[in-house]
Design a protein. Structure first.
Length: 363
């Protein structure tokens, strides 16, 4: 810390003592503030997470002494931007971050962003057979190369069914190509994200099942930080997760607040109702901020098995569950009567207990 900043903090502390002596408590404005820059790719420069939107627009970040600034970047550039420190963190995906971190990039996965919201759709002539995944031994699948969906399937089928579906996959260049190839019967089925459900059905494709039906709470987008920044300002990321944990409660209990916050992120109300709030049409999407180490570890094992990552570091070298654990414990201590936060701790134990020395450090 620079000398000038030390002087400012000392003066601030002295000022705070004077205020405390008068009214017995310290106000939020007297706490040190942090700025976090977050990178995202997607339409309109917005992030579709209701947790971010609620925490931002309902003032929860501000209450925790945070200024969170969101920036848009190209999908092919965001990992490099995070690695070099242009961003402090990202909300999106996790395959590229894990692959880069495994090879030595200074990145740290520390929380969750999104799971669910995805399904498999089939050509109408193939739908009846492939509605049952036990029949997928000869299926032809249209997928994006090294996508979360591919790695999820190759993890689940290898682990639960003892088969590797690599030979079943035809790689496509985009959503339109996947859908058109399925309609034409070039492939039997394809992965479809929630925003394309209507398109797939209008094209005559038939929904087989949600990815959640294969594996509840499978990992998708994870919160990933620049390693240097999270080590130097760990408190900032604890506050970020505290705000998201509190926003998660609002997301689960107050749909009107979700609609209001996401409209400020330029999402239409009909979209929010259908693809965020309604479990019958949103693909079982959820936005739990829990890091879910167990799920990421399973995917990482698959990435190494299929040689997508070779000679990769141990996962605990670039995955830190302690930031979320500290944030959640603080929220529980501050809100001892709120059962939802205690339930989140139960979820944390169930989905992170494969982390090294978990019992020793967290139970």
């Amino acid at each position: 810390m620079k000398n000038g900043k030390k002087i400012i903090l000392v003066l601030s502390a002295l000022s705070s003592l004077a205020v405390i002596s008068c009214n017995g408590k310290k106000t939020a404005k007297q706490e040190e503030r942090y700025t976090i820059t977050a990178g995202n790719y997607g339409a309109g420069g917005s992030v579709g997470s209701p947790l971010y939107a609620i925490a931002q627009h309902d003032g929860i970040f501000d209450e925790h002494g945070l200024d969170v600034k969101l920036f848009q970047t190209d999908r092919n550039a965001y990992v490099e931007a995070l690695t070099v420190g242009k961003f402090d963190m990202t909300f999106t995906s996790f395959i590229a971050q894990v692959a880069s971190a495994a090879q030595g990039a200074d990145l740290v996965l520390f929380g969750g962003s999104q799971s669910g919201g995805e399904a498999y759709y089939a050509n109408k002539d193939a739908a009846e057979k492939y509605r049952n995944p036990d029949n997928w031994g000869d299926i032809k699948l249209g997928l994006l190369l090294n996508s979360t969906s591919e790695l999820h399937l190759r993890t689940v089928f290898q682990r639960d069914k003892g088969i590797d579906i690599k030979g079943n996959i035809k790689y496509m260049d985009g959503e339109e190509a996947k859908l058109q190839s399925t309609v034409k019967g070039i492939v039997d089925a394809t992965h479809v994200s929630r925003t394309y459900f209507d398109t797939a059905e209008n094209m005559g494709l038939v929904k087989l099942f949600y990815l959640n039906d294969l594996q509840p709470d499978y990992v998708c987008c994870r919160l990933t930080a620049n390693g240097k920044r999270i080590r130097e300002d760990r408190e900032a990321f604890i506050r970020f997760l505290k705000a998201e944990i509190k926003a998660f409660k609002i997301y689960k209990e107050n749909p009107d607040a979700v609609i209001s916050a996401l409209k400020k992120e330029r999402f239409e109300e009909d979209f929010v109702r259908k693809y965020v709030l309604d479990p019958t049409t949103n693909g079982g999407i959820t936005f739990n901020p829990d890091p879910n180490f167990n799920g990421v570890s399973d995917i990482y094992d698959t990435m190494k098995r299929i040689k997508f990552v070779e000679n990769g570091r141990d996962i605990q070298e670039f995955f830190d569950i302690s930031v979320y654990a500290d944030a959640l414990k603080q929220v529980i201590a501050e809100n001892p009567n709120e059962q939802i936060y205690k339930n989140m701790w139960t979820y944390f134990v169930e989905h992170n207990n494969h982390y090294p020395d978990f019992d020793k450090n967290y139970l």
